[in-house]
Design a binder for this molecule. Structure first.
Ligand SMILES: [Zn+2]
Length: 364
C-alpha cells in the first residue's frame, strides 16, 4: 500500500482561514502540538480560532525532540482528554511527531507547517530521534496527513535560515533518487525522479532570489516554499520506498550522533551530505559530472549561508574519533548508504571526509 498525498491541501495566503470549516467538520476535540517558543503566537492564534468555533482544544509542546519520551507523554495527554484529531503546527520535528501520534489510534492528522524547512507536512513518514536529537530510525506510517494547511502568511514569519534548510533538503531529492533509483523500471519511480530534476532546476533558478526576498513574498519565494514543502513531499509520495534516500541522508544521520549544541537544522546537515555524496560519486563511481555539480551547488549554498563542511556544523572530525564514529554509523547495516549502486567501505568514507575537510590525517 502506498499513501501518495494528503487528502486535502489548502495553500496560499488564507490557507488556515479556508481550512477552518473543514477542520471543524472533522474534529470536536483537537490537540494542538508544537515545540518552539518562537511560534507560540501562531499556535495561540490557531487555538483561539478553534475555540471560537466552539471546539474543545488541548495543546502540548515537544519538550525535546520527536523522541519516544515526548511521544509517550503526549500520547497520555491525547488519551486522557479523548482528543479526536491532532493539529501539528511547527517545523519538521513537530510534524513528524503529530503524524506518528495520529497513526496508532488512527486519528486524523492536520499538518500546519510553520516554515518551509522540510516536506514533513506532506509525507507518510516520521523520523524518530533521541532526546538529544540523535537519529534513531524512520517509521513508515499508514497514511499521509488528512489535511495539509500550507499557509504562506504563517510561513513568511519563519526565520530565513529555515528556508535555506528546506532548499537543501529538497535538492537532495534529485541527487539521491537519481543515483539510487534511475535504473528502476517502475514508471512512477521514473516520473518521481524527473519531477525531482525539475524541482532542482527551479531551486537553482529561484532559490537565491527567494532567500533574499522573503519580506516581499514574490513569485520566486512562493514557488520556492511550495517546492520545498509540497513538491518534495509529492516526490516522496509517488516514488515511495523505491525512490530512496542515499548517502546525503546517511551522512546526516551519522552527524546527528555527534552534534549536541548548537543545533543545526535537518536540511543544513543534509546539504553537507549532498556535497559528500557528490565527492563519493566522483572518486568511487568515476562520475566526471559530479565535480561540476558540486561546484554549482557550492555557489548556491554560500549564497544561502548554508554550512558546506562538517566543521561548519561545529564538529572537528579529527577529534574524539569523530571521523571513525561518522564512518561507522554511515555504514551500519540498515543505513541508506547501502542503496548506492556501488560498494564503499569505511576507508573510502574516511578518505573523502578528510579530503573535504581539507586536512590531512594518516589513514590507518
Ligand atoms: Zn530530509
Amino acid at each position: 500500500m502506498q499513501s501518495i498525498s494528503p487528502e486535502i491541501i489548502f495553500r496560499g495566503n488564507d490557507a488556515w482561514k479556508e481550512a477552518l470549516p473543514q477542520i471543524t467538520k472533522l474534529s470536536k476535540r483537537p490537540l494542538i502540538l508544537g515545540r518552539s517558543i518562537h511560534t507560540n503566537n501562531l499556535r495561540n492564534k490557531i487555538n483561539k480560532d478553534l475555540k471560537d468555533q466552539n471546539l474543545y482544544v488541548n495543546s502540548s509542546n515537544l519538550e525535546f525532540d520527536c523522541c519516544l519520551e515526548d511521544l509517550s507523554r503526549i500520547k497520555n495527554i491525547i488519551q486522557r482528554n479523548k482528543c479526536d484529531s491532532i493539529i501539528a503546527a511547527g517545523g519538521g520535528k513537530v510534524l513528524d511527531a503529530g503524524k506518528y501520534l495520529a497513526d496508532s489510534p488512527f486519528l486524523p492528522c492536520i499538518t500546519v507547517p510553520l516554515s518551509a524547512s522540510t516536506c514533513a507536512g506532506w509525507t507518510a513518514l516520521s523520523n524518530i530521534y533521541t532526546i538529544n536529537g540523535q537519529f534513531i530510525k524512520d517509521v513508515t506510517l499508514r497514511s499521509c496527513p488528512k489535511i495539509l494547511v500550507f499557509d504562506h502568511t504563517f510561513i513568511q514569519t519563519a526565520p530565513i535560515r529555515t528556508l535555506a534548510s528546506g532548499i537543501a533538503d529538497a535538492l537532495a531529492k534529485w541527487y539521491e533518487s537519481s543515483l539510487t533509483s534511475s535504473k528502476m523500471e517502475d514508471g512512477l519511480v521514473q516520473q518521481a525522479i524527473q519531477i525531482s530534476r525539475v524541482l532542482r532546476d527551479q531551486l537553482l533558478i529561484d532559490g537565491e532570489k527567494a532567500f533574499k526576498t522573503q519580506a516581499a513574498k514574490g513569485l520566486s519565494w512562493q514557488n520556492t516554499i511550495e517546492a520545498c514543502g509540497l513538491t518534495a513531499g509529492l516526490i516522496g509520495g509517488i516514488g515511495g520506498e523505491k525512490c530512496r534516500t542515499a548517502a546525503a541522508h546517511a551522512l546526516h544521520n551519522a552527524i546527528t550522533q555527534i552534534i549536541s549544541t548548537p543545533k543545526f537544522l535537518h536540511g543544513e546537515i543534509v546539504g553537507v551530505g549532498i556535497l559528500f555524496q557528490l565527492k563519493l560519486e566522483e572518486l568511487k563511481n568515476n562520475n566526471k559530472l559530479a565535480n561540476q555539480s558540486r561546484k554549482q551547488l557550492l555557489v548556491l549554498m554560500k549564497e544561502l549561508n548554508l554550512p558546506t563542511t562538517i566543521s561548519e556544523l561545529g564538529i572537528n572530525v579529527f577529534e574524539n574519533n569523530n571521523l571513525e564514529k561518522i564512518a561507522e554509523f554511515t555504514l551500519r547495516d540498515d543505513s541508506e548508504i547501502h542503496f548506492l549502486p556501488f560498494e564503499i567501505n569505511q576507508k573510502d568514507i574516511v578518505e573523502i571526509i578528510t579530503n573535504l575537510e581539507k586536512k590531512e590525517i594518516i589513514i590507518k
